[in-house]
Ligand binder design. Structure first.
Ligand SMILES: C[S@@+](CC[C@H](N)C(=O)[O-])C[C@H]1O[C@@H](n2cnc3c(N)ncnc32)[C@H](O)[C@@H]1O
Length: 170
C-alpha cells in the first residue's frame, strides 16, 4: 500500500498549473455554482473546499457568489505545498470574500466554522480506506443543519467501492 503522503506529494511533481490554461474542470465548477450553490437561501454563505488544488474553484466562487450573497466565507485545505503556494500567489478580492486556507490534509485541518457546503472535487480517491470513516465523520461535523456535502468523482465505480449510501453524511 502507498503511504498516505503519496496522495498529495505526487502533486508537487505535476505541472498542475496547466489546468489554468485548459480550464478542464470549469464545466463541473460552473454546474455546482449554478445548480446547487445559487439555490441556497439568504445572503450569507460558507463553503469549505477539500483539496482545493491551485484554487480555480475558489476563483470562480469569488467571481460569482457576490451576485447573490453579501456575506461570503470560503475556507479550504490543500496539502501539496506546490499547489498551495500556487494558489497563494493569486489575488482574490478579499474585500468581497473572507478566505481562510490550510496547507494541510483534510484530517489535519482544524476549523470551528460550520458550513453550508463542503466540496470534494476529484479528491476522495486520495483518502486511504482506513481514513474514510474519520473523513465522513469530520465532514458531517463541519456542516450546519441544512449543510450539504458535494462529492465529485471521476468514476462512479468509486462510490460502489466505498459503499456510499444516501444519508451517509446526515
Ligand atoms: C485531482 S486534484 C483536484 C484538485 C481540485 N479539487 C480541483 O478541482 O482541481 C486532487 C487534490 O487533492 C489533494 N489531496 C490529496 N490528498 C489529500 C488529503 N488527504 N486531504 C486533502 N486534499 C488532498 C491533492 O494535493 C490535490 O490537489
Amino acid at each position: 500500500m502507498k503511504n498516505k503522503e503519496f496522495f498529495y506529494l505526487q502533486y508537487d511533481k505535476v505541472n498542475w498549473q496547466n489546468q489554468e490554461k485548459t480550464k478542464i474542470n470549469s464545466f463541473i465548477y460552473n454546474f455546482i455554482i449554478q445548480n446547487i450553490v445559487f439555490k441556497k437561501k439568504g445572503d450569507k454563505i460558507k463553503i469549505f473546499d477539500i483539496g482545493f488544488g491551485i484554487g480555480i474553484f475558489f476563483q470562480m466562487l469569488e467571481k460569482n457568489l457576490p451576485k447573490f450573497f453579501k456575506n461570503i466565507t470560503l475556507e479550504g485545505c490543500e496539502p501539496s505545498y506546490k499547489n498551495y503556494k500556487n494558489f497563494q500567489s493569486k489575488l482574490l478580492n478579499l474585500k468581497k470574500v473572507k478566505l481562510r486556507t490550510f496547507n494541510k490534509t483534510f484530517l489535519q485541518t482544524e476549523t470551528n466554522t460550520k458550513f453550508d457546503f463542503l466540496t470534494s472535487i476529484y479528491v476522495s480517491p486520495h483518502f486511504a480506506f482506513d481514513e474514510l470513516k474519520g473523513v465522513a465523520k469530520k465532514i458531517s461535523s463541519m456542516l450546519n443543519n441544512e449543510g450539504k456535502f458535494i462529492l465529485v468523482v471521476a468514476n462512479e465505480k468509486y462510490l460502489e467501492k466505498i459503499k456510499i449510501k444516501k444519508g451517509t453524511f446526515h
